[in-house]
Design a protein around this ligand. Structure first.
Ligand SMILES: Cc1cc2nc3c(=O)[nH]c(=O)nc-3n(C[C@H](O)[C@H](O)[C@H](O)COP(=O)(O)OP(=O)(O)OC[C@H]3O[C@@H](n4cnc5c(N)ncnc54)[C@H](O)[C@@H]3O)c2cc1C
Length: 287
């Protein structure tokens, strides 16, 4: 396809104008985790989400490592989103309805051409939360993390796999699809149906994208002061050495945050499968 030109793009509602470095479609477990890693590596990252993660239907999340007695899945989802915001991820509510190639004004950077997607690559058509308005978002790279909907990929020549009522996106084992600059994470990539698997895959895909963007990036580690420098080494890109004073300050802040998160029962009511109740959002009556 010919692709859109930069002059076609109308930016709507974002805090910064222009072309995003990363657009993540879907703010569930995989998408938010991918976004966490791309943003922490310094890439300008926008998550567009419509609806809610299916994890919010879970009754009590008991197999996510690090929570010995389990955790309310809605609280977990809230904490994950807060973590992304704190690390610089931008969020918009809206349904991605279309995705096509995008060319910069000089005609370069069409992701279909097999280049390294170093220029603008894609433009997404996004419906507003109310459904009465659409706008466009341009991005160099896109992560598909929208389990249950990949219809918006119809305009791209991306390899898909049908399995019953489900459609999965083919990838190379690291989340790269058949279209340069387009990645897939979580259930949409047919990973196992557990939150930790989607989170792990989201992280892997985010890191793959960071490497492909040629951002200087090491392991995204926070280490004690002197860990590298006392051995005569530079602190690698993407790593940070923190003093003991700073470490304690961060620990205190995390303790305060967790005390607040876990101070009372989560306010959101439990859902069940929408087909089981008349209420279309599938809520369970409170006791
Ligand atoms: C009832 C139930 C219980 C479960 N219990 C457990 C459990 O105990 N332990 C466990 O590990 N896992 C459990 N899971 C599975 C776990 O929730 C999923 O494996 C995980 O959420 C998949 O992550 P994901 O990011 O791929 O998809 P999701 O978390 O579903 O995220 C996809 C996001 O994309 C959004 N989206 C979809 N289309 C679009 C679009 N066009 N534009 C923008 N956004 C879009 C969706 O609304 C959603 O927010 C359970 C699932 C269910 C249904």
């Amino acid at each position: 396809m010919s692709g859109r030109s930069e002059s076609d793009i109308e930016w709507n509602g974002a805090s910064t104008t222009g072309v995003r470095e990363v657009l993540v479609v879907g703010g569930g477990v995989a998408g938010l985790t991918a976004a966490l890693f791309t943003a922490r590596a310094g890439l300008d990252t926008l998550v567009v989400n419509h609806g809610e993660s299916i994890l919010r239907r879970n009754a009590h999340l008991e197999n996510f490592p690090g929570f010995p007695a389990g955790v309310n899945p809605r609280l977990f989802a809230d904490m994950l989103e807060a973590q992304t915001t704190r690390n610089g991820v931008d969020h918009r509510t809206g349904r991605v309805a279309g995705l096509e190639h995008f060319e910069s004004a000089d005609g370069e950077g069409d992701g279909a051409s097999g280049d390294d997607a170093s220029g603008p690559g894609f433009v997404a058509t996004v419906g507003s939360a109310e459904g009465d308005d659409t706008h466009e978002v341009a991005a160099e790279r896109v992560v598909v993390a929208s389990w249950s909907d990949v219809d918006y990929l119809d305009g791209l020549d991306v390899d898909l796999r049908e399995a019953g009522s489900k459609t999965y996106v083919d990838e190379d084992g690291f989340g790269r699809t058949s279209v340069a600059g387009l990645y897939v994470a979580g259930r949409s990539a047919e990973r196992y149906h557990q939150a930790i698997v989607s989170a792990g895959h989201g992280a892997e895909v985010g890191i793959t994208l960071v490497h492909d963007s040629e951002t200087p990036f090491y392991h995204d580690w926070v280490t004690p002061e002197g860990y590298f420098t006392d051995r005569g080494r530079e602190v690698p890109p993407g790593c940070e050495e923190v003093s003991e004073t700073e470490r304690r300050a961060r620990e205190r802040e995390s303790m305060a945050a967790m005390r607040e998160y876990f101070s009372e029962l989560h306010a959101e009511r439990q859902r069940t499968h929408p087909s089981l109740v008349e209420d279309e959002v599938g809520r369970v009556e409170e006791e």
